[in-house]
Design a protein around this ligand. Structure first.
Ligand code: 2PG
Ligand code: MG
Length: 475
């Protein structure tokens, strides 16, 4: 091919002329850089390769990380993992070889990405999130993504989303907001886990989490400050009352004093809030995760105490009485999973009392069919959004829409096994979910979600709106 033929084939003369003209029109002070960027934008972005690897999550358990390559850059994502692995959630593919990471390695999921998913996505435009996600869903062909693994599919879905945002030259939260068709973005109220129990801690406390929500702060930055201050006051309170062993932290970073009742935990948190001086501007929430101590139809709050377990069961009605009393005494704004995940009847009954918001986590498993049922039966009135229970960004957006159309609240959530990926922070802003639950204001894999929200707030500048008192409905 001659030089002239090469220039003609790629219409290079015209493209270069266009770029030069654009630089002149813009009167840019750095024309070479301007022309380089102009030319780069003229080339559409396409996926060229997807490369996965196995990394460790915050519990030291393997998970999937992906590098999605386009002709313009490399975009990285990794997926979290939790304690629950319910019947209705998308399947996390693990190798099951007991000789490797006790059965938890994810080599099959990694291979599925490197071979099958990569091949299927090459040439696709990363801005077209729904097409990419559906290509993977079609490739998998199973209802719960057990063929390729929801961990494999989600990692790629998130990485593609980051590539799409970069191609549009917008922040990730803005790209997510566009994908969801929403006009407004909102900085969520952080629900900081300050006390841990249940499956997340080795104390005797059966309840999984007590959280604080700085709803009265004026900005996210201030909410983070209040959260951190309360957490440190709580350390002092716990040390005074339970000794400094109680300041060891659970999987989400919450303190783990050896308390035996919910009331005792709430008293500690109330005292910490009092010491901050912010008063009722900081509210409280609880993730009971009651499935973990439900025996048949009864609840054993002493299940983690070898000397007391099995002796003092509470009926669902007793639990309702306890919640009523506690909600009257403490500023509790939501309770997550107050009953077993199959106890629709009592969850519904409790929601109907209208005492506080009732969030469905294990009850819903972020599964659209469970959410539809809960809406129909008015079983609860808020969704806990765990993206890895769904498996793609597109389906996560859809389930949030479902919840929003029913006037529900939405809490974007981390998992107990987290990674250094802060995607959920952008997700919570882009979908304006109103609340984010990402653990304590401590431990790197938790604080990086909150720190990313600080950056988003800074980047949005005057446009930044903190959900604050409107955390339930950020429509
Ligand atoms: C929950 C989550 C996060 P896990 O129950 O809300 O705290 O826990 O990741 O163990 O499901
Ligand atoms: Mg939960």
């Amino acid at each position: 091919m001659s030089v002239q033929e090469y220039l003609d084939k790629h219409t290079l003369s015209r493209k270069i002329e266009d770029a030069v003209n654009a630089a002149v029109r813009a009167k840019t002070s750095d024309p070479v850089l301007f022309i380089a960027n102009h030319m780069k934008k003229a080339v559409p972005s396409v996926i060229t390769k997807v490369k996965a690897r196995q990394i460790l999550d915050s519990r030291g358990i393997p998970t999937v990380e992906v590098d999605l390559h386009t002709n313009k850059g490399v975009f990285r994502a990794s997926v979290p993992s939790g304690d629950s692995s319910g019947t209705y959630e998308a399947i996390e593919l693990r190798d099951g070889d007991k000789g490797m990471y006790l059965g938890n390695s994810v080599a099959k999921a990694v291979k599925n990405i490197n071979d099958r998913i990569s091949e299927a996505l090459i040439g696709m435009d990363p801005k077209l999130q729904a097409q990419i996600d559906h290509a993977m869903i079609d490739l998998d062909k199973t209802e719960k993504k057990n063929e390729l693994g929801a961990n494999a599919i989600l990692a790629v879905s998130i990485a593609a989303c980051k590539a799409g945002a970069a191609e549009k030259e917008v922040p990730l939260c803005k790209h997510l907001s566009d994908l969801s068709g929403r006009a407004n973005m909102t900085l969520p109220v952080p629900a900081f886990t300050v006390l841990s129990g249940g499956n997340h801690a080795s104390n005797h406390f059966a309840i999984q989490e007590i959280m604080i929500l700085p709803v009265g702060a004026s900005r996210f930055e201030e909410a983070l400050q209040w959260g951190s201050e309360t957490y440190h006051h709580l350390k002092a309170v716990v040390t005074e009352k339970n000794g400094n062993m109680g300041c060891n932290v659970g999987e989400d970073g919450g303190l783990t004093p050896d308390i035996s009742s919910l009331k005792e935990g709430l008293e500690l948190v109330k005292e910490a809030i009092n010491r901050t001086g912010y008063g009722d501007k900081i509210k409280i929430a609880i993730d009971v995760a009651a499935t973990n101590f439900c025996i048949g139809t009864k609840y054993d709050l002493d299940i983690k105490s070898p000397n007391k377990a099995g002796q003092n069961f509470k009926s669902a009605e007793d639990m309702i009485d306890m919640y009523k009393e506690l909600c009257a005494e403490y500023p509790i704004v939501f309770i997550e999973d107050p009953f077993d995940k199959e106890d629709w009847e009592h969850t519904k009954h409790f929601s109907a009392l209208g005492i506080c918001q009732v969030v469905g986590d294990d009850l819903l498993m972020s599964n659209s069919k469970r959410v539809e049922r809960a809406i129909q039966e008015s079983a609860c009135n808020a969704l806990l959004l765990k993206v890895n229970q769904i498996g793609t960004v597109t389906e996560a957006i859809e389930v949030v829409k479902l919840a929003r159309d029913a006037q529900w609240g939405v809490v974007t959530s981390h998992r107990c096994g987290e990674t250094e990926d802060s995607f959920i922070s952008d997700l919570s802003v882009g979908l304006a979910t109103g609340v984010i639950k990402a653990g304590a204001p401590c431990r790197g894999e938790r604080t990086m979600k909150y720190n990313q929200l600080l950056r988003i707030e800074e980047e949005l500048g005057d446009q930044a709106v903190y959900a604050g008192e409107d955390w339930r409905q950020t429509l």
